[in-house]
Write a protein that binds this ligand. Structure first.
Ligand code: 5HY
Length: 253
């Protein structure tokens, strides 16, 4: 099967980290197609960056080889539901995937992320995903996303210390890493901490493989049906949805 793993920020070195993590866990029959968005912010660190990233995400889904599933490799899961509307197969966000994985292996987890503003966005996600019973706390490290790309930064130390505080102070049994740029840290952290450390990229790839193997596709009934056909104006006129929804053949109920 083919899984497109899309980095919605425009930093190719981060896509390389994400791709390596995805390929390390992919099954032998799975091809990982790693894509860097070609438009938008170099790092996604707020609601505006997220909103602006969605056009690049849509391009990455629509262009190139058709994939059986898509992974949105950014912890805010930007454009997740829009992506589910336009894709036929499953679409997984790394935050949603990581939180679900953590809930399977611990009764309580903490998220360790980058900036304070990202911490607040991640708290919204916890509530949106109904994870309040599982997530004990979301913690920031005050690391800007692109600092994770610098080999000489002290990011590893700061993240390790925050994870240690999460285990001791939150009583958490697992850690969710709150940035795709941390996709190369989970094994190292797990070794130091002795608890499961979940990177959403790898969790999402394995969930995507499982869903495709089960023959599950995104429901096209209700709000995840293909977008309604209509004209778009201005700079987004090329994004006007085509008429993809089949006419209903049988009325239910
Ligand atoms: C991410 N930003 O995973 C998010 C999360 C963050 O460019 N990739 C980004 O740390 O804000």
């Amino acid at each position: 099967m083919k899984i497109k793993v899309i980095n919605p920020n425009t930093t190719t070195s981060m896509t390389a980290t994400i791709a390596a993590a995805a390929r390390a866990v992919a099954s032998p029959g799975t091809e990982i197609i790693a894509i860097t968005s070609r438009s938008g912010a170099v790092s996604i660190e707020g609601h505006y960056d997220e909103a602006m990233s969605i056009v690049g995400l849509v391009d990455a889904i629509n262009e190139g080889p058709v994939a059986d599933a898509h992974v949105i490799a950014c912890f805010g899961d930007p454009g997740l539901l829009a992506a589910r509307e336009i894709a036929a197969g499953p679409v997984l966000g790394i935050a949603e995937a990581a939180m679900h994985a953590a809930s399977f292996v611990a009764t309580g987890f903490s998220v360790v992320t980058t900036l304070e503003r990202t911490r607040i966005i991640a708290e919204h996600l916890v509530r949106n995903y109904g994870m309040e019973h599982h997530c004990r706390r979301v913690r920031a490290t005050d690391i800007p996303v692109l600092e994770l790309e610098k080999p000489d930064s002290n990011c590893r130390k700061l993240i390790l210390e925050e994870c240690e505080r999460a285990i001791v102070e939150d009583g958490s049994g697992a850690i969710v890493l709150g940035c795709a740029g941390m996709a190369d840290l989970n094994a190292w952290l797990e070794d130091k901490l002795g608890v499961p450390v979940i990177d959403g990229v790898t969790a999402a790839v394995k969930f995507a493989e499982a869903l495709v193997s089960l023959g599950l596709r995104t429901s096209k009934r209700g709000d995840l049906a293909y977008p309604l056909h209509k004209p778009y104006k201005g700079a987004l006129s090329a994004y006007a949805p085509a008429d993809r929804n089949p006419a209903p053949t049988r009325k239910l109920g």
